[in-house]
Design a protein around this ligand. Structure first.
Ligand SMILES: [Zn+2]
Length: 285
């Protein structure tokens, strides 16, 4: 019987980029959290993935590649997929000219190519929204999937262009385009549960045991009730790299491995499989 559940572990390797970029801080305390991710957290995760023989996906900003080249090279050399996540964690912005947007995209692609030898095909928004202009840029530059939203929490879907958010009548859905959406959902992300930021109002610091229960229940629902689909987790080395959360991730991996017909794979593999089985069923612009 073929594997029917794809489990995709994904890591947003923001390191210091998120602090000095969008959060615009120069606080050594906050920057040291990114440094922990870059020097310690990523290495722990990489070791665990090697021990468990798991292929995963890392969304790495160019800034992280330039700041921590050795560990990023280790990630690439271990065969993990590397996807786009901005140069310094910039989200798309309508305030920038098209050429400026393109320059960020190309600079980050060049960093990924330098360490992996290939252009990225996967994308996760570092912030902002996947507007039409940015979506077209992704398609033009050879991206095959985005993992920034979840119209279906356990299944890939096609992205669309031309939605019309009417309020005087029903919402009008646009036409599907050749860009796969792989689920990203905040309840499957480590940051809202764990990341504590003083003064932000975000409590964080939840018990890893509690989060393990939530993530196991999400897996059980997919496995027992749906029987088929993709299970995508998003983690950050500076957050999940802490001891208690590393043990949580190890326990979750062992729990999932007890099930039959389940395969760990990269998001790229899940997207390619969806494209192979679903192309031709509908016309894509
Ligand atoms: Zn990020």
């Amino acid at each position: 019987m073929p594997n029917t559940i794809r489990v995709c572990l994904s890591f947003d390797f923001d390191a210091i980029s998120i602090w000095v970029g969008p959060k615009q801080t120069r606080s050594p305390n906050l920057i040291s959290r990114g440094e922990f991710g870059g020097r310690v957290g990523a290495e722990r995760i990489l070791k665990l993935l090697a021990a468990e023989n798991i292929q995963s996906t890392w969304f790495i900003p160019g800034h992280t590649i330039d700041t921590f080249p050795e560990i990023c090279q280790d990630i690439a050399d271990a065969g993990h997929e590397i996807g786009y996540h901005g140069y310094c964690h910039e989200g798309p912005s309508s305030k920038r000219a098209l050429e400026e947007e393109k320059a960020i995209l190309l600079r980050a692609i060049e960093c990924i190519e330098r360490i992996s030898g290939t252009r990225p095909v996967g994308h996760r928004l570092p912030g902002g929204n996947l507007g039409e202009r940015w979506t077209r840029l992704l398609i033009e530059h050879g991206f095959i999937y985005d993992s920034s939203m979840a119209p279906n929490d356990f299944a890939p879907t096609w992205h669309r262009l031309g939605d019309n958010p009417r309020t005087d009548g029903p919402y009008e859905f646009g036409e599907p385009v050749d860009l796969v959406i792989l689920p990203f959902d905040w309840n499957m992300d480590d940051a809202p549960y764990f990341s504590y930021e003083p003064g932000s109002g975000r409590p964080g610091l939840r018990s890893p045991a509690e989060v393990l229960e939530i993530w196991k229940d999400e897996f059980d629902y997919l496995y027992q009730r749906l029987g088929k689909g993709v299970y995508v987790l998003t983690m950050h080395p500076q957050t999940t790299g802490k001891g208690s959360r590393m043990l949580m991730l190890e326990r979750l991996i062992h729990y999932i491995k007890q099930h039959e017909n389940v395969e760990f794979c990269s998001l790229r593999d899940a997207a390619e499989e969806f494209r192979t089985t679903h192309h031709g069923r509908q016309s894509l612009r």
